[in-house]
Design a protein. Structure first.
Length: 549
């Protein structure tokens, strides 16, 4: 497939921003003529084309926003026997980290979400052969950065849906055309991706285009996907200018998607933006509640992030989470090709929603555990069985990987322990049950239109093997996780260092036709060089002020 064709599929992703919180007085969405938009004017050429206002865009400052992340600590199995979290297939953090490193900067600490680095790469998990929408795989080895510890890898593989078997798609592209989108890495890059996508659509698909700046407007009504000239013409006429009223655009996009709803098809809003919402509904909380009220319609929301300087990573991640969608950051046309072309079915077609994982560790085998990453996906133990609790989604062909660092029973303590209680005594009835299992893995998921979840259960009995004898995927995933820990200055990085990580990843490169694993090795070298320069300069400041203090 040509590069141009690949990039077209990338544009299918919904570009959106999402946040937590509530909606109190969101502006009412409405269809408006482009002439009526106060910060845009109608061009003389093309259907629904827009041009920026004459006002100069506001000066841009480096105000990138990342939620604070505290690394998961070790937990004692006897005190915390259950580990529960929602799966995550987002990949935005990896592309964003790559953007910083390629620009000669270490990324902000909180821009590094280790699970998104690990899940950026596909792994060679066998797809499901039964009726379940995904298969489950586990592997247990020595831990390469902590002698005496084990590394557990859990992998899910979604069923593959070939492109010619993809159900029809009802897509609404919600495009930020505010003044902050003028730079080449924002709206111009977005237009390239959408044009390539448009060339992949068929007569079974439908696409509409909604734009927002100071107000929202319908640039292209829902149109058959094979009308490529009309769709591409509307994309080419987009211009940036004005402030950013994302809430009004979201409401209008959902309205259009609902009116064109395709039963048994893919119905999705794709929001493309830098995440800089500055008028109308602007708080993460209000935007999140706005998305949550719309998600019951069966229309999912995904986000694609663009640009630098004012990038709103925290908002975009949360909007996609509450919209039952995925979140990717587009740092160049190659990433657009990956997300919207190579992974088109996974981006558009959800095969399972509200996917949760709960692991019960056997204290006779495992004394302590630490989930690596997924800090903002943790759930309470009782939420595993609560079908009202939102969780993560898996797209067709997606792989999901999670890693645990384990302390064997009898190993040196890592967890924090509390003093014995004064007014309570441990129950004398509390006893362990003899078993050769290391742990029991439980998963809950719903089909795309289910309201009640289904339970899957697997036991892990195979003893740990040598890390050197592990599969290449296991060793490569470990290298990526260690890379993330060093970037995050994690207290749990152990003996990991840049040289060992690069060697580990290089040996586990395997069949790498597109070169993504070899690119990772180069990023490790770049990070090592930047880290050395930081240490020589005093090592007291992060490379970018967008990180946590």
């Amino acid at each position: 497939m040509s590069l141009r064709a690949h990039i077209g599929l990338l544009s299918v992703l919904v570009l959106v921003g999402c946040g937590e919180g509530g909606r109190e007085s969101a502006p009412q969405s409405r269809y408006v003529s482009l002439e009526a938009l106060p910060e845009m004017k109608l061009d003389s050429v093309g259907e629904g084309s827009i041009a920026p206002s004459d006002a100069e865009p506001a000066e841009q400052f480096d105000t990138e926003k990342y939620d604070r992340i505290e690394d998961n600590d070790f937990l004692a199995v006897m005190q915390h026997p259950l580990s529960t979290f929602a799966i995550d297939v987002d990949t935005a953090s990896y592309a964003n980290v790559r953007r910083f490193l390629n620009a000669g900067q270490l990324p902000p600490t909180d821009a590094v979400r280790i699970e998104e680095l690990v899940n950026y790469f596909p792994y060679r998990y066998e797809p499901p052969t039964a009726e379940e929408p995904f298969s489950v795989h586990t592997e247990l080895t020595d831990c390469p950065w902590a002698a005496g510890h084990w590394l557990l890898r859990i992998g899910l593989k979604g069923k593959v849906i070939e492109r010619d078997q993809r159900p029809p798609s009802n897509l609404v592209f919600l495009i930020d055309v505010s003044g902050s989108m003028q730079s080449p890495d924002k709206l111009p890059l977005l237009q390239q991706a959408l044009i390539l996508l448009a060339e992949q659509l068929t007569s079974a698909d439908r696409v509409a285009i909604v734009v927002y700046a100071g107000n929202s407007g319908l640039v292209l009504p829902s149109t058959p996907g094979d009308q490529h000239g009309r769709i591409i013409g509307a994309i080419q006429q987009l211009r940036a200018g004005g402030s950013t009223n994302g809430g009004a655009g979201i409401e209008l996009a959902y309205r259009i998607a609902t009116e064109s709803f395709i039963p048994d098809g893919t119905n999705r809003v794709i929001l493309a933006t830098d995440g800089d919402f500055n008028v109308g509904v602007t708080s993460t909380g209000e935007l999140t509640r706005l998305i949550e009220t719309q998600s019951a319609s069966g229309v999912y929301l995904s986000t694609l992030g663009f640009g630098t300087g004012n990038y709103g990573d925290a908002t975009l991640e949360q909007l996609a989470d509450c919209g039952n969608g995925n979140y990717a950051y587009i740092d160049g046309i190659d990433e657009a090709q990956k997300v919207l072309v190579e992974q088109l079915s996974g981006t558009l077609v959800t095969i399972a929603k509200d996917v949760k994982i709960q692991i019960e560790f056997n204290p006779a085998k495992v004394a302590e555990y630490r989930l690596i990453g997924y800090e903002n996906r943790l759930l309470r133990a009782d939420e595993f069985n609560d079908d009202r609790r939102d969780a993560g989604e898996i797209g067709a062909g997606h792989t999901v990987t999670a890693l645990y660092e384990l302390v064997p029973s009898g190993g040196e303590r890592q967890a924090m322990y509390v003093d014995p209680l004064k007014y309570q005594a441990p129950s004398k009835e509390w006893t362990t049950i003899a078993s050769e299992d290391f742990c029991t893995l439980k998963l809950r998921y719903k089909g795309p239109d289910w309201v009640t979840s289904r339970l899957l259960e697997h036991e892990l009995r195979n003893p740990p093997q040598s890390f050197d004898a592990a599969s290449m995927d296991h060793r490569f995933a470990a290298a990526v996780a260690a890379f993330g820990m060093l970037l995050r200055h994690s207290p749990h990085a152990g003996q990991a260092d840049w040289t060992d990580i690069a060697a580990m990843a290089r040996k586990a490169g395997g069949d790498d036709p597109i070169g993504r694993r070899s690119e990772f090795v180069q990023l490790v070298h770049q990070a090592a060089s930047l880290d050395l320069a930081r240490e020589r300069s005093g090592g007291t400041e992060l490379a970018n002020s967008g990180g946590r203090d």
